[in-house]
Design a protein around this ligand. Structure first.
Ligand code: PLP
Length: 444
């Protein structure tokens, strides 16, 4: 009997894998069995487990100042330094940073920042947000309203209507293309749908367009060439801000510093960061906005009064200290360069599964990827329900590999950025065995 309510599982679930300890890219369960952590926890433990410098930094900061806050005239040096360091790194002009504890709360903050900003400049009607199908932006009431997955909205009366969330196509060629449609025609069609949506709703009513450069939780969707170029041109034409949700793609994950760089998103106005910001050693997130937006908000003539928003743990000093150390390690040890090299290798090795009879598509960039399992390879027909994906995930676990079945039957990979070639070989070998078991399961 357990007193826990488990997140995103059948509430009646009884079978749980209890992870007890971690070292490098490996974790160990309560029986001492070793697993290669092929998903970095939940796409977040970029520097792996048991990193001595991060442990020491945490202990040191706890001893010095375990808690303080950044409310009402108070601040602390670690929080300010982290904001400055982030502002140097992100491709956002004159960036300003608001801290939270999770990707979801950082996205909520952005919704408020957008409303406050457009009110400040006398355009309060510019408030709707365009989000995409098959996107994942978190699970708070507002962030789940942005998310484009039914599982996060059904049963919860979401999206909240007052938030004015508009929905547009996912750039998912494999699942979204019409019969015989080329990639270029697909891009033209879905971006023209976007423009029609904007014109129908009225550009003056739309504040921003939110996108994960490459989606994670909804199946690792890598948009076709030219997609973001067209999207950005449309947004610029109608004066709509680009909001990049880099909660998974930030910090070296896709082969570059940020996912925006990998897919050609140029200088977004807003950016959401979390997860690898602290390598998940402490919960922390950042809502980053362009400097001119901030300047308009603090302009005394706007008469809006205080920005009435902030969390107890906004800028938690231990989380800030750990994140600063993480960013230092990223730079000092050229973690992004290493991840780019390992990412090329991982993609090559994953690609070799392309011809397997169960594999519909292999997707990814850098150290994030997914293999979509299908019922019929020729037509791409998906398996009904999630049983095959769940079986494959369990089979991976039996072979000592942690992955995750996402969007039904896509098996996702997102190992720590510190993984080496031999460990990637091990990941591939274990996955190969699990795939063979899955084939037996399917043909049984
Ligand atoms: N945005 C993206 C792109 C994510 O992948 C996630 C979580 O996976 C979130 C937001 C929400 O982050 P959190 O789970 O920390 O609230």
């Amino acid at each position: 009997m357990s007193a826990v309510i488990y997140p995103t599982t059948n509430l009646a679930a009884t079978e749980q894998l209890s992870i007890e300890r971690g070292e490098g890219v490996y974790v160990y369960d309560s029986n001492g069995k070793q697993y290669l952590e092929g998903l970095s926890g939940l796409w977040c433990t970029s520097l792996g487990y048991g990193n001595r410098e991060l442990i020491d930094t945490t202990a040191e900061q706890m001893g010095k100042l375990a808690y303080s806050h950044m409310f009402g005239g108070k601040t602390h040096r670690g929080g300010m330094k982290l904001a400055e360091r982030l502002a140097e790194m992100v491709p956002v002009d004159n960036a300003r940073v608001f801290f939270g504890s999770s990707g979801s709360d950082a996205n909520d903050t952005h919704i408020k920042l957008l409303r406050y900003y457009f009110s400040a400049i006398g355009r309060p009607q510019k408030r709707k947000i365009i989000a995409r199908e098959r996107s994942y932006h978190g699970v708070t009431v507002a962030a789940a309203s942005l998310t484009g997955l039914p599982i996060n909205q059904t049963n919860f009366d979401l999206p909240v209507e007052a938030l004015g969330i508009l929905r547009t196509d996912a750039p998912h060629y494999y699942r979204g293309a019409l019969a015989g449609e080329s990639e270029a025609d697909f891009v033209t069609r879905i971006t023209s749908n976007l423009e029609q949506l904007i014109l129908r709703e009225g550009p003056d009513t739309i504040a921003a367009f939110i996108a994960e450069p490459i989606t994670g939780a909804s199946g690792v969707i890598v948009p076709p060439a030219g997609y973001y170029e067209k999207v950005q041109a449309i947004l610029a034409k109608y004066d709509i801000l680009f909001w990049a949700d880099e909660v998974i793609t930030g910090f070296g994950r896709t082969g570059n510093d940020f996912g925006c760089t990998t897919v050609g998103i140029e200088r977004p106005a807003l950016m959401t960061l979390a997860k690898q910001l602290s390598s998940a050693y402490m919960p922390i997130s950042a809502s980053v906005i362009r400097g001119d937006l901030y300047d308009a908000m603090v302009e005394p003539s706007n008469k809006l009064g205080v920005f009435g928003h902030g969390y107890t743990y906004s800028g938690h000093p231990v989380a800030c200290a750990v994140s600063l150390k993480v960013l230092e390690i990223y730079r000092r040890d050229d973690i992004f360069g290493h991840a780019a090299r390992m990412g090329d290798y991982l993609q090559r090795r994953l690609d070799a599964f392309r011809d397997h009879p169960l594999v519909g598509e292999v997707r990814g960039r850098g150290l994030i990827g997914a293999i979509e399992l299908v019922a019929d390879k020729a037509s791409g027909r998906a398996f009904d329900g999630g049983a095959v994906g769940a079986f494959a995930q369990r089979a991976c676990e039996q072979h000592g590999l942690i992955t995750r079945a996402v969007a039904g039957s896509s098996i996702a990979f997102c190992p720590p950025l510190i993984i080496n070639e031999a460990q990637i070989d091990e990941l591939i070998e274990k996955f190969g065995k699990a795939l063979a078991d899955t084939q037996d399961f399917v043909t049984r």
